[in-house]
Design a protein around this ligand. Structure first.
Ligand code: ARG
Length: 281
């Protein structure tokens, strides 16, 4: 099952200190954004295996709601609602809470005020009991701990694996900040491997990752164009914003012989791409 949120209200209406892709003077072109979103939606609909796709209606003045991957995290019948780091995105949460409560009958869990957590932007399940959470830019350690506590109260066997990412201060003034885990890491579920740019992780975290699975390394310039921001359809097929020959070949060696690409230019102006537009459950 997938959730997507329509592009009707999408815009770059503010700038966020952690997201240097956003520039209020470089507005997304609405028609192109619609086309890009609907092509992705259409391909998801046509893909057997995804099951139902629910569409959430965006709210006016909340231009980032299209990036519904950041809504929160689902485990069994609970929905842990995101607690956004930037005040600009906080009003989105109540809409996600209502949506997941009303459409999926999910029990909504809220996080303590200072525990920041940005859902599937920073968290990815490795299997049914191991959850990777990136923290240090948006999600913070308090957020990781709070999520861990909730999950363990449902299932004590759950293991949360925190990966510390370099913070804003570790970047040069104009450098792009890899502010969410999904901006620099994609978990290749069937291959139990990672497509990733490792530099945004502090040393320990990078070492930890290397111990968790094989790595298909990505360069900074590739990561800045969101090559890691994709979803796995099945053991042979991936949806990515784009690909080049070396990465296509590397992915094929891991069994992913079909890489379907999706033009995401308009959403990249807000610092997001394929994965950000899709909430997987
Ligand atoms: N403008 C949004 C933000 O900075 C983009 C979010 C992209 N989502 C993601 N999962 N990386 O919060």
């Amino acid at each position: 099952m997938l959730v997507m949120c329509g592009p009707e209200c999408f815009d770059v209406a503010y700038e966020l200190s952690t997201n240097r892709w956003m520039n209020k003077k470089v507005k997304p072109w609405k028609d192109a954004a619609y086309q890009q979103w609907f092509r992705l939606f259409g391909q998801c609909v046509e893909t057997a295996g995804f099951g139902t796709i629910k569409i959430m209606r965006p709210k006016p003045k909340l231009p980032d709601m299209v990036f519904v991957a950041n809504a929160g995290l689902v485990y069994q019948d609970i929905f842990i609602a995101s607690n956004f780091f930037h005040k600009e995105r906080r009003p989105e949460s109540e809409h996600y809470e209502n949506f997941f409560r009303n459409h999926f009958n999910q029990k909504v869990c809220l996080l303590p005020k200072d525990a920041y957590f940005e859902g599937q932007g920073d968290a990815v399940w490795l299997d049914d009991h191991r959850l990777l959470i990136g923290y240090g830019v948006r999600t913070n350690l308090e957020g990781v701990k709070a999520v861990e506590k909730i999950l363990k109260s449902v299932n004590p066997d759950i293991e949360v694996i925190p990966l510390e990412m370099r913070g804003v201060k570790d970047y040069k003034p104009r450098e792009k900040i890899f502010y969410h885990l999904d901006t620099c890491l994609m978990y290749l579920r069937s291959a139990k491997s990672f497509l990733t740019y490792l530099r945004p992780f502090i040393e320990n975290a990078a070492e930890r990752l290397v111990g968790l699975g094989e790595i298909i390394p990505v360069r900074r310039d590739e990561a800045e164009e969101f090559i890691c921001n994709g979803i796995e359809v099945n053991q042979t097929t991936l949806f990515l914003p784009w690909v080049n020959d070396p990465i296509r070949n590397a992915l094929a060696d891991f069994g992913y012989t079909k890489v379907k690409t999706f033009q995401m230019s308009e959403f990249m102006k807000a610092g997001g791409a394929v994965k950000c537009l899709i909430f997987e459950m």
